[in-house]
Design a protein around this ligand. Structure first.
Ligand SMILES: NC(=O)c1ccc[n+]([C@@H]2O[C@H](COP(=O)([O-])OP(=O)(O)OC[C@H]3O[C@@H](n4cnc5c(N)ncnc54)[C@H](O)[C@@H]3O)[C@@H](O)[C@H]2O)c1
Length: 393
């Protein structure tokens, strides 16, 4: 059977069929039932100006197959667990890779294949890639801005250097899509304006710099190879799966929202407000909180995205709220007054950080479903209360 090159629907069909594709006449593709499809086509075929278009179509075709296999690194972490659930919910197979340095085995759903190991380690990668993933969602990382100020080498090592063996494994295998969990920390202090992707990164911490470096590597790899890469710059992630299948299990260091929730759930006494003299309406820092399920959905949208090269997208709500407003929202949801202590600013923290979501809406076609802080607070509070109940029993 012959199809003319560029017939997208034919590619979509191919993604669902257990067939293979061989390069033939430069304008035609010949379908056979013998050989591995995607790899052979992109490695051997030299269509000149159409290479990028070819691999975009392939990437789209691979991911539009809901039965694709996705490797999720950091899957036992807060965001990785929600991404895993979203992928399983839509019928994908998930290989969950986590070294459990900060993750929890119990957050990985039973339907995922779990591999305990490091994404920078050859043996762990060999075990993970034996399952034949055609896409990778890379959420694994060290994630604390203050810690990165004290341990910069560890952060560059885990977030940047260890991502390279993972990328090599992708390039050796049949992976067509790589979605990277980047961070709004790449922007640094840009003043009180909505941060758009066109702003040059100016990270204020080794954590942010490690993410900016990884983004750069992904852009170069996207330009030079058949691996299509998308970086998602999350803002402040909060909330929990509304069905309470996952949430943030960390007991410490989970950021402001987590700390406030722990106070509301009775597992902590007081919230430290770090920085009360920022040039903001109430003196506390402004941040953009986005529901963790919206972050998971943004990853799905990025897997399905078929435009651009090495694109970067913000993932936030696009609405700045102050530290004091977060405390008030959780206090309201819980019916309690949250005790606070004012403290000096922390090194590496910026006064204001919120997303412009224009490009994400227009090009990725993604808009967060949870638009108000109260719904984020309510889901997170239910999770935190269950957790404190378990801890107290
Ligand atoms: N939580 C947020 O608000 C936020 C904001 C911006 C960006 N991000 C990014 O989102 C991603 C996920 O963050 P999270 O909040 O779920 O963090 P998390 O700490 O809950 O999850 C990270 C997971 O990665 C695992 N991990 C770390 N290094 C590893 C390695 N070398 N090999 C295998 N597993 C490893 C940890 O064990 C952990 O389970 C990170 O890349 C983070 O930088 C998070």
């Amino acid at each position: 059977m012959n199809w003319r090159y560029g017939e997208r629907e034919a590619w979509r069909f191919l993604a669902c069929a257990p067939t293979a594709v061989l390069p033939g006449n430069p304008n035609r593709l010949i379908v056979s039932h013998v050989l591995n499809p995607y790899r052979r086509l992109t490695r051997r075929w030299q269509p000149g100006k159409s290479r990028a278009a070819t691999t975009d179509l392939l990437a789209t075709a691979v991911m539009s197959n809901k039965n694709s296999t996705v490797l999720v690194t950091g899957a036992a972490g807060y965001i990785g667990a929600h991404v895993t659930l979203a992928l399983l919910d839509r019928g994908s197979r998930v290989v969950a890779l986590d070294d459990l340095s900060h993750g929890f085995r119990e957050l990985v759903p039973a339907d995922a294949v779990f591999i305990q190991g490091n994404y920078g380690d050859k043996d762990a990668l060999r075990r993970a890639f034996a399952h034949g993933p055609n896409a990778v969602v890379h959420t694994g990382a060290s994630i604390s801005v203050p810690e990165s100020m004290h341990l910069p080498a560890d952060y560059y090592w885990n977030n940047m250097a260890r991502t390279l063996p993972l990328l090599h494994a992708c390039l050796r295998g049949d992976v067509r899509k790589f979605v990277f969990s980047s961070s709004s920390a790449v922007y640094g202090d840009q003043g009180n304006l909505a941060l758009s992707e066109s702003i040059s990164p100016a990270p204020a911490s080794p954590y942010g710099a490690s993410k900016a470096m990884a983004e750069r590597v992904l852009r170069d790899i996207d330009a030079a190879t058949t691996l299509r890469c998308v970086s998602l710059r999350y803002f402040n992630v909060a909330g929990a799966d509304p069905a309470q299948r996952a949430g943030d299990l960390k007991s410490g260091g989970g950021g402001l929202f987590k700390t406030v929730l722990q106070c509301a759930a009775g597992t902590r006494d007081v919230v430290h407000v770090c920085g009360t003299d920022y040039p903001t309406p109430d003196g506390s820092a402004l941040r953009d909180y986005v529901h963790v399920c919206d972050v998971a959905d943004a990853n799905i949208a990025a897997l399905d995205f078929d435009g651009g090269a090495g694109e970067v997208f913000n993932v936030g709500r696009g609405a700045p709220v102050s530290v004091r407003e977060v405390i008030a929202a959780v206090g309201h949801a819980s019916g309690q007054t949250i005790k606070t202590i004012d403290q000096p600013r922390r090194p590496g923290d910026v006064p204001c950080s919120f997303a412009s979501m224009t490009k994400t809406r227009r090009e990725l076609g993604f808009t967060p479903r949870h638009t108000d802080l109260q719904s984020i607070a309510a889901d997170a509070l239910r999770w935190e209360r269950r957790l404190s109940g378990m801890q107290n029993n």
